[in-house]
Design a protein around this ligand. Structure first.
Ligand SMILES: *[C@@H]1O[C@H](CO)[C@@H](O)[C@H](O)[C@H]1NC(C)=O
Length: 714
């Protein structure tokens, strides 16, 4: 271990110069035990490869993560502190201490948390531990956007027009913005993931957007230095995967298109980028390799470019870590990038040279990020218990990367991603069909998810054509957020009713109303059920007939059409996944879908009704039915605040109170700014009113639906 330390301190002194110099001096550090300083899917992802390489794995966990999947997957796991990440997953000293005490040679930081923290990379080396990532100097150079742009410009990598200066007064930034020309992008120099980033469309709104970006940057990174740059119209976000080693080699593994974003955060990614000419593809790759070499890059990195409609591209930033979306690159290049990271960290050269990588490029891959969030409420992050969770079966062409299982909690303390669905196909349209199929196999009950939104997105004609840009969701808003007033078809209600009847306990003894002697399924007869879906009430009456089929009639708020039909079906449990499938035959058309029935809590205060969820495997959107309760139960359930009141849209912290007691406010006026998952949200007055009282304080942690301000209507 002494020799390791000597080797590492050698790296420490020399990484700031050129990696080339070590060619003869690299001493291999065997990694036999690895600490993963992360949680969730990425911790599980890293451990999977480590195990395949025969490397022992050590997990760390916070107070709320004791039962998490990454803890159970690891060979050993150590408690590192309270839920708040500053006290656990960002607690550098504690993590180093665990790594040393448990006998690890190396630390993999995953993404997020400490992955782009130069101080942590140095701390690892100083303690004789290999940091599975680039040299601290590269992290530092790329972490400050103004520095990174200067380095890239020197290395002949195209960059975009902008102001990256030190003077940060409002007037100077405004003057620079005018010089660049509106619209401009205001971005936190230390920013990332869309945080601390605003677009100013014109001079009028510049200062307002600037102060909002500063506030968010201050909260997220404790730094409010801003840069201003030209805003590209219909921009695409195209990024290149690069890899460097200690021997001075660098290769690229082609590009990913991550243009479709909400709140400036990626939602669906693909490789290769659609519609890009071969010459652009080669130029992108070469520019990215120049970028990697310019900073002596080692390990996995991503060079992000913004691309205009003419396929001109400009350097945006370099992410000095493994990206969330790395699996699409793995799928099209047949590589395991975590394996590459661990090999390179041990002093080995990159396993393939550029021409070998080029030869491996095959097919097309998509990744969809499945989040606990509410797309209909501005993609508000969600949290909560995963009452039911079933995913598509993994195949060589379909991967599910996740860190949660049914019964786990999506914690409000961390990123609300539930899983990444990654699909490969021989061409783009095959891969896209596979993605839709996979999304249709997902069944999640608990927090709201973006699955239906992802289905609409993947079916959208412009997405199918690959006509993507970062404003895609805004441009196609109407198609992606259809009106909720669409009623369901009577036959869908019959399927839900059948699922419900089939799931009921078998009645004991004979039922005087059953008039069929060879009755296959025990439905008391005739019987009915009242369901509601999106505030439409539907009654389904089922009459069994002699052959075991039912004649069902549907009444209420349903689509026009035939509302009497012949229905039969079965419930089957898939032994391998334990998912339950409903096969229904309606007027001889047979349909298969995953179903989930969540038993409610009838008759108690705040009663929850039974819910029935249908997940058609044909890619149609899932439908949630609520079983209507007797009226007295509904009336006694209380506590919910009516939707018009200014309430917290999700759990989070109050940042700023924008009104005073007694103040008259106009409809739409900002009342309170709060932070949800490090994003700022402004809660506005629902109508003209007087502020009677303010019910929260700055820095207070509030639960979803907490009333924030009491208003009296004028
Ligand atoms: C890449 O590696 C292959 C196989 O080892 C070798 O044949 C080829 O010459 C190398 N290409 C370059 C450009 O170094």
């Amino acid at each position: 271990s002494r020799s390791k330390y000597v080797a590492n301190s050698y790296f420490l002194r020399h990484y700031t110069s050129q990696a080339l110099a070590f060619k003869e001096n690299v001493q291999e550090t065997q990694i036999s035990k690895l600490l993963i300083a992360n949680r969730g899917e990425i911790a599980c992802r890293v451990m999977k490869t480590a195990k395949q390489m025969g490397i022992q794995t050590v997990a760390v966990y916070s107070e709320v993560d004791r039962q998490q999947m990454h803890v159970q997957m690891a060979d050993e796991a150590y408690f590192i502190g309270p839920a708040a990440s500053e006290k656990s997953y960002l607690n550098m000293d504690k993590i180093i201490e665990v790594a040393k005490a448990s006998g690890c040679e190396a630390i993999h930081p995953g993404y997020g948390f400490l992955s782009e923290n130069a101080e942590f990379a140095e701390l690892c080396l100083g303690n004789g531990l290999v940091f599975v990532g680039p040299p601290a100097s590269a992290i530092r150079d790329m972490g400050v956007k103004s520095t990174s742009k200067r380095i890239m410009s020197d290395a002949d990598v195209p960059i975009i027009q902008g102001y990256h200066g030190e003077e940060q007064s409002d007037s100077r930034l405004l003057q620079e913005a005018k010089k660049i020309g509106f619209p401009v992008m205001i971005k936190a120099v230390r920013g990332g993931g869309g945080k601390g980033m605003r677009i100013a469309a014109s001079e009028d709104v510049f200062l307002e957007q600037l102060s909002s970006a500063r506030r968010e940057a201050k909260a997220s990174f404790n730094d409010e230095v801003m840069l201003v740059e030209k805003y590209v119209d219909r921009p695409r976000h195209v990024e290149v995967q690069v890899f460097g080693d200690h021997h001075g080699n660098a290769v690229h593994l082609f590009e990913r298109d991550c243009s479709v974003q909400r709140r400036h955060q990626k939602i669906i990614e693909e490789s290769p980028a659609p519609g890009i000419s071969l010459s652009t593809r080669m130029k992108l790759g070469e520019a990215a390799v120049r970028a990697a070499k310019a900073v002596g890059y080692v390990g996995a990195g991503t060079v992000e470019f913004v691309m205009d409609p003419e396929q001109n591209f400009y350097f945006m930033e370099m992410n000095t870590r493994l990206q969330v979306e790395h699996p699409v690159t793995e799928m099209v290049t047949g590589t395991d990038l975590v394996e590459w990271q661990l090999l390179v960290a041990q002093g080995n050269p990159i396993p393939s040279n550029q021409s070998e990588v080029n030869d491996r490029l095959s097919g097309h891959a998509f990744e969809a990020r499945i989040y606990a969030e509410d797309p209909d409420n501005d993609f508000m992050p969600g949290a909560g218990l995963l009452t039911h969770l079933s995913a598509p079966n993994a195949t060589p062409n379909l991967r599910v990367e996740t860190g949660v299982r049914q019964g786990d909690e999506v914690s409000s303390y961390y990123d609300p991603m539930i899983a990444k669905l990654v699909v490969w196909g021989k061409d783009r349209s095959t891969a896209l069909r596979g993605l839709l199929r996979g999304l249709g196999e997902y069944a999640i009950v608990g927090p709201d998810t973006n699955i239906k939104f992802l289905q609409r997105l993947s079916k959208h004609p412009s997405f199918k054509l690959g006509d993507v840009h970062t404003g895609f969701i805004d441009q196609h808003n109407d198609a992606l957020f259809p009106n909720k007033d669409g009623k369901i078809r009577p036959r869908v209600a019959c399927r839900a009713a059948l699922a419900y009847f089939l799931s009921l306990p078998q009645p004991s003894g004979g039922d005087p109303f059953v008039d069929c002697s060879d009755f296959q399924i025990n439905i008391p007869s005739p019987t009915s059920v009242v369901l509601s879906v999106d505030d439409c009430d539907i009654t389904v009456v089922a009459n069994p007939c002699e052959n075991g089929d039912y004649v069902m009639t549907v009444h209420g708020d349903v689509n026009e059409g035939d509302n009497e039909m012949l229905v039969s079906g079965t419930l089957d449990r898939d032994a391998s996944t334990s998912s339950v499938y409903l096969s229904t035959s309606i007027d001889d058309v047979i349909m298969k879908e995953k179903i989930v029935i969540v038993p409610g809590t009838m008759g108690v205060r705040n009663a929850e009704p039974d819910t029935i969820h249908l997940y058609p495997t044909n890619g149609d959107e899932s439908v949630k039915f609520t079983l209507k309760l007797p009226r007295y139960v509904t009336q006694s359930a209380g506590g919910a605040v009516s939707s018009g009141d200014p309430v917290a849209p999700s759990v989070g912290n109050i940042i700023k109170i924008l009104v005073e007691k007694g103040e008259q406010v106009a409809q739409g006026q900002p009342l309170v700014a709060m932070e949800v998952m490090k994003m700022e949200h402004v809660i506005r007055a629902p109508h003209d009113a007087a502020v009677e009282s303010i019910l929260v304080d700055v820095n207070e942690h509030v639960e979803k639906n907490t009333l924030l301000v009491k208003l009296v209507k004028k």
